[in-house]
Design a binder for this molecule. Structure first.
Ligand code: NAP
Length: 283
């Protein structure tokens, strides 16, 4: 049997990174790294590891993901989400390593009245979105074999996320306020990674959107969570302005998955089916 291909996974202790290590360990020889091993801003450290391991692929799940925190720590956001992905892409190119990076729906301003395609012009509303867009640009400029997978509203095992937070809050309070004026596509990490596995097999490059199908507001999402979990709490619909959060979020951040489907990948299952699986199997 041929040796398993080697994959470096960056951000391996994060929500997506841990799920990637779990899912891909059957097919690939996994080399996981996180901040306690080296900082992704340290191109020299990455170069040493890539040169030693000689991986087929580097999968970057590392990022500074605190959307509100990015407003205050914008320098850190641009270094980790903007500059570092460009450095990783350059090192990968140097060693002819395929590079996959994850980006976000928050690169769009949310003013479009239909789904966002890969060709739509990004115009981020927040520092997080701007820094992630900077990362995309630097990767594309590197000229290597790069794939940027844009996704949205991620949840899954191994991390605090909207689903686990709503369940915890619902157990504590009778009524939870959730915004009803932002629409998007909640995405289950394992469904996203199944899709990433398919893209890896075909060595797809460029930019691609990958999310569960269907759309909802955070309010609809929260209502489904407590309904599936059977918690007798009430979800109250509020407007984003009422929350006074530092970072502005797009009203519409629905990413079109038509390109993915046109490449031959099945549409990823509806978000509420995936949510049921997550809650029943992991919570
Ligand atoms: N979560 C979402 O809703 C969402 C939506 C769309 C796109 N995405 C994208 O999906 C990817 C994965 O997100 P996630 O939710 O899994 O994130 P996460 O749980 O916050 O994990 C990110 C990981 O990166 C590590 N990290 C942070 N700064 C680093 C640095 N300078 N060097 C090395 N490692 C560093 C973190 O370590 P520490 O924990 O020690 O800081 C953490 O383990 C990100 O690119 C994110 O932008 C996420």
């Amino acid at each position: 049997m041929p040796d398993k291909k080697k994959i470096i996974i960056l951000g391996a202790n994060g929500m997506l990174g841990k799920a990637a290590c779990r899912l891909f360990s059957g097919h690939y020889n996994i080399f996981p790294f996180d901040l306690n091993d080296f900082d992704i801003r340290d191109a020299g450290a990455l170069r040493r590891h890539i040169s030693d391991i000689k991986p087929y692929l580097t999968l970057n799940c590392a990022a500074y993901t605190d959307v509100d925190g990015c407003e205050e720590k914008s320098e850190l956001a641009f270094e980790v989400n903007g500059r570092a992905p460009g450095l990783i892409a350059a090192v990968c190119r140097e060693f002819s390593v395929y590079f996959i990076h994850f980006s976000t729906d928050y690169i769009f301003n949310g003013e479009k009245t239909s789904e966002y395609t890969e060709e739509d012009k990004p115009q981020p509303l927040s520092v997080y979105g701007q820094s992630k867009l900077e990362g995309e640009k630097r990767i594309m400029l590197s000229g290597g074999n790069n794939l940027i997978v844009r996704t949205s509203w991620l949840y899954g095992p191994f991390g605090k996320n909207f689903v686990s937070s709503i369940i915890a809050a619902a157990k504590d309070k009778r009524e939870i306020s959730v915004v009803n004026d932002q629409t998007g596509r909640p995405t289950f990490t394992y469904d996203l990674l199944d899709c990433a596995g398919w893209l890896i097999d075909r060595k797809i490059t460029g930019i691609i959107h990958a999310c569960n199908s269907g759309t909802c507001s955070w309010f609809d999402f929260a209502e489904s969570i407590i309904k599936i979990k059977g918690i007798p709490a009430k979800i109250k619909a509020i407007k984003s302005d009422e929350l006074r959060r530092p970072a502005k979020r797009p009203e519409n951040s629905v990413l079109s998955v038509n390109k993915l489907v046109s490449l031959g990948y099945k549409e990823i299952r509806p978000w509420n089916d995936a949510l049921k699986t997550y809650i029943e199997e992991y919570l």
